[in-house]
Structure formats: C-alpha cells, structure tokens
Ligand binder design. Structure first.
Ligand code: NAD
Length: 260
C-alpha cells in the first residue's frame, strides 16, 4: 500500500488520529500538508517528518473559515504539486445532556465537523477536478456515525451527517475519478478522549475507571481501545485502493462495538 507521487492534505494533523495518518502517509511515500488550528503542533509534526526525509507543509488553518480553507488547499497544490487525497479529520467534542446543551456549543461543534468537512471537500474537489487525475476524500466519522450515546447530541448528529455528505461526494465525484469514504473508529486514546473521561465521570456520577470500562469499552468484544495505528492503517488502505469498488462506504474499526 504505497502512496508514492501522491499529495495528501490532512486536517487536525497536529494531534491524535490526524497526526498518525499524516505520519503513515509520509511513510508510504506521499507528500503531506498538515493543517491544524494549532499551527505550532502541525509545524512540530511536520518538522519531525521532514527530518525523516518526507516532503511536508505545515499550515495553520481553521476548517470553519471559508477563505482560510481555500487558501490552504491552494498553498498545498502550489507547494507540493497538486492534491490527490483529502482527509477531513479535524474535530472537537463537547458533552452535556440535550436539556443543558448550550446553543453556542451546539453550533460550534457542528461547524467544526460539518462546515469543516464541506469547506475542505469543496476546495479539494475543485482542485482535483481541475487537475484531472482523480482523488480520494476521506471523512473521519465514528462509531457515532452509526449509533448514539448519551451526552453527545451534536457529535452524533454531525457524525451521522458526514455519511450523507460522503455519499453525495461519491456520486458527484465519480465522473472525475474522485472516491469518498468514511472511517468510523471506536474510542481511541487521544487528547479528545482523555478530556471526556473526567467530564463523563462528573456528568454520570461514576468513577473514571468505570467511564472507560462500563461506558466507553462496554460493548466492544474484548474491552480494548482502537489504536491510532489501526485508524491510520484503514486510512492508508482507503487512500491506496485502486478502484471505484470502494466509494460511498464507511468502515467501522471499533473492536466489534458496532457491527453491520
Ligand atoms: P485530537 O483532539 O487529538 O485532535 C484533533 C485536532 O483537530 C487537534 O489538533 C485540533 O487542534 C484540531 N482542530 C480542532 N478544531 C479545529 C479547527 N476548527 N480547524 C482545524 N483544526 C482543528 O482528537 P482526535 O481524537 O485525534 O480526533 C480526530 C477526529 O477523529 C475527530 O473528527 C474525532 O471526532 C474523530 N474520532 C475520534 C475518536 C477517538 O476516540 N479519539 C473516535 C472516533 C472518531
């Protein structure tokens, strides 16, 4: 599964899942643009990859900023020689019961996940269509693209929404050789999840250990977290897959938490 000669743009690449995907793509031979709101984190990751010989570009980007996303995709194409792979991954989490959910928090979460995915997709598709060499668009969904959990109304709504966007992009992209798929991980130990453990502990009135054992991993087949490498491997598989047989799909990597 090689990506030699390909150019990838990964959002949220300064931390967690996006960072590991950027690393995996660089190892597979791709040139990688690492986009993140946290520019310093993207730069530090890019510097480490550059020291290993990768062609990389770090970009400070807010995926909810229309002009910023357009400029970042253009800068990537100019600096790295086009664009072949978009990984729309940047995300946040805010947990509260529906009855206590702040409207501003609801809108902020939907904006990062859905506006961010739309703006990244639109800019990437325009670039890919102009180039005429096809492309791959991946969305970071979640088990929460398939099922619901308490306290996560906007997150579950957004992750379900990404499946709809993916299917439209798969249909509209087909004539241009652009494929779109969703990756749906179970819980992965990243800063996003580590932050939730004490929050859920307080909200549910249970210990942090019970949040992990009885909430997060309760329905897995083996009580284990999905790993960063698991998700990066799936992202590499989708990016290197050669035909339209896989488009408009979602793949759940969750230790059996959700089975379809
Ligand atoms: P993380 O917090 O480690 O990383 C998220 C990155 O996104 C951060 O570097 C952050 O700066 C960046 N980001 C946030 N808002 C942004 C914005 N507006 N513009 C640009 N960048 C922004 O989180 P993670 O766990 O690696 O999550 C990455 C994605 O994976 C998210 O979409 C998340 O919903 C999804 N996901 C995570 C898990 C999990 O268990 N960790 C499971 C399923 C899906």
């Amino acid at each position: 599964m090689r990506l030699d000669g390909k150019v990838a743009f990964v959002t949220g690449a300064g931390s967690g899942i996006g960072q590991r995907i950027a690393q995996r793509y660089a190892e597979a031979g791709a040139a990688v643009a690492l986009a993140d709101l946290n520019e310093a984190a993207a730069q530090a990751t890019a510097d480490a990859l550059a020291r290993q010989g990768a062609r990389v570009l770090a970009l400070g980007v807010d995926v909810t900023d229309e002009a910023g996303v357009d400029a970042a995709i253009a800068a990537t194409a100019n600096a790295l020689g086009g664009l072949d792979i978009l990984v729309s991954n940047a995300g946040i989490q805010i947990v509260a019961p529906v009855t206590e959910f702040d409207f501003a928090d609801w809108k902020r979460l939907l904006a990062v996940h859905l506006d961010g995915a739309f703006l990244s997709t639109r800019a990437a598709m325009r670039q890919m269509i102009a180039q005429g060499r096809g492309g791959v668009i991946l969305y970071m969904g979640s088990v929460h693209s398939k099922l619901a959990s308490v306290l996560k109304a906007p997150y579950v709504t957004a992750k379900h929404g990404l499946e709809g966007l993916c299917r439209v992009v798969a249909k509209e992209g087909a004539e241009h050789g652009i494929r779109a798929n969703v990756i749906c991980p179970g819980f992965v130990r990243t800063p996003l999840v580590d932050k939730q453990i004490p929050e859920q502990s307080r909200a549910l009135g249970i210990s942090e250990e019970d949040v992990i054992r009885k909430v997060m991993l309760k329905d897995t087949v083996d009580g284990e977290f999905t790993t960063l490498d698991d998700v990066a491997d799936v992202a590499l598989f989708f990016a290197s897959f050669k035909s339209n047989a896989l488009t408009g799909q979602s793949l759940v990597a969750s230790h059996g938490w959700f089975m379809q």
